[in-house]
Design a binder for this molecule. Structure first.
Ligand code: ZN
Ligand code: ZN
Length: 318
């Protein structure tokens, strides 16, 4: 048995949820209800929507396209920044996220897949595997390419530091803006009392929607939509899901060919994360964005892709 293989958990070995260990996760979901006591301002909604989309960009461009699939390159400093911003989404360390995601691709829709909707059903694929006991540890042997950086190991271990810094920033920024708009005198007390609604809507509600937006990639995107490529799993393409997840909805494309920075393979397959990454590459912040090879795009299965690759290389030589 290969190293790493023995760490994949089969169906019969999956453990039961230990509820007392998941209280924090439950409280994050309940926190937005406090809005009935605090009220809400326009600025809180602006924070909520902006922090959803900004962090979704880091989920897809960071956790997913960079750490899980290495579809572009960057400097060590920017790599750390991407990891830090990704982790503000409260989805644990980048090494933890990416190692589990690599397992998902390696064993897609089989019993060894951490979150196969086909094998384990909708709820388990959406949230059961997150709250369950089986995927709490980081399998560093599956992410050796990034585990060699001590700063990433540190950030992965103290994965709550980025979301906590964001939480504190939202609290004080929201408090300052809300107190100013209300025309009250700016004191530490007025900032703190006006910051509560920003915390609840701007941070917690936005985080809950972001968590479920991300989880839907594992559940809904193996259920709804069209399948263009024969990818040996149930992954699908769906425009609406691509819009709310900034490009992750082209999930069948991605399962067929994971080594490209693009998930929308055609111009009409809207992939906002890719557009942002492309924009960053113009300034030299990231580079070596891996394209979709033409033989992959034009084929429907790996067999056909092989033939087309040969055909296209002959044409190029002429
Ligand atoms: Zn992936
Ligand atoms: Zn998938």
């Amino acid at each position: 048995m290969k190293e790493g293989e023995k760490m994949q958990i089969e169906k019969e070995d999956r453990g039961e949820v230990v509820f007392k260990k998941e209280i924090g996760f439950l409280l994050v979901h309940l926190a937005p209800l406090l809005v009935f006591w605090t009220g809400v301002t326009t600025f809180d909604w602006i924070l909520c929507i902006s922090l959803y989309f900004i962090r979704m960009f880091f989920v897809t461009g960071g956790y997913h396209r960079y750490f899980s699939h290495s579809t572009y390159k960057t400097s060590r400093f920017v790599q750390f920044l991407i990891a830090y911003c990704s982790q503000t989404s409260l989805q644990k360390g980048v090494l933890h996220w990416a190692a589990n995601h690599r397992t998902h691709h390696k064993h897609s829709d089989t019993a060894k897949d951490p979150h196969s909707k086909k094998i384990y059903g909708f709820w388990y694929s959406h949230i059961g595997w997150i709250v369950g006991p089986d995927y709490k540890e980081t399998k560093l042997n599956l992410i050796k390419d990034f585990a060699k950086y001590p700063e990433l190991i540190w950030l992965n271990k103290f994965h709550l530091i980025p979301p906590l810094t964001l939480l504190i920033s939202v609290f004080f920024l929201g408090g300052y803006v809300n107190a100013s708009s209300a025309g009250v005198e700016i004191t530490i007390m007025s900032i703190m009392s006006h910051g509560l609604s920003s915390l609840i809507i701007g941070f917690f509600l936005s985080t809950v929607i972001l968590l479920h937006g991300t989880f839907s990639i594992n559940s809904l995107m193996h259920m709804f939509g069209k399948k263009r490529y024969e990818s040996n799993d149930e992954s699908k393409n769906h425009l609406l899901l691509a819009l709310v997840t900034l490009g992750e909805g082209w999930h069948n494309n991605h399962h067929y060919y994971q080594s490209t920075v693009r998930q929308g393979f055609y111009w009409w397959e809207i992939d906002i994360t890719y557009y942002i990454l492309k924009f960053l590459s113009w300034f030299g912040i990231i580079w070596d964005l891996k394209p979709v090879p033409k033989h992959i795009k034009d084929s429907r299965n790996k067999e056909e892709a092989k033939k087309l690759k040969l055909e296209y290389s002959k044409l190029n030589k002429k």
